[in-house]
Design a protein around this ligand. Sequence first.
Ligand SMILES: [Zn+2]
Length: 95
Amino acid sequence: MQEIIKKLDQRIAHWQRLSTYKTDQIEREARTKEAKEIKKLIEGHTCEWSLTDDEVNAWECNKCGAYWVFTEGGPVENNMQYCPECGRRITRVIE
Ligand SMILES: [Zn+2]
């Protein structure tokens, strides 16, 4: 997911750099808008989990605020692929 978002950002930047001929401009604007919409859609279905308190090993979802304490490891070590509260796919884990 994160790679798709990165690719979309690259496409948006690419189209914004394209030449400024009138027809190209219309095409560029349409493609930029489309890429931004896809990105927004993906981001709406994904979330990031971060370690908020390493003393108790507490982790939090950046979209719904779910707060979980693991006895060992984090979301990756516990094979969590989706947030258990909002159901979004976890695409990034920040320690
Ligand atoms: Zn969540």
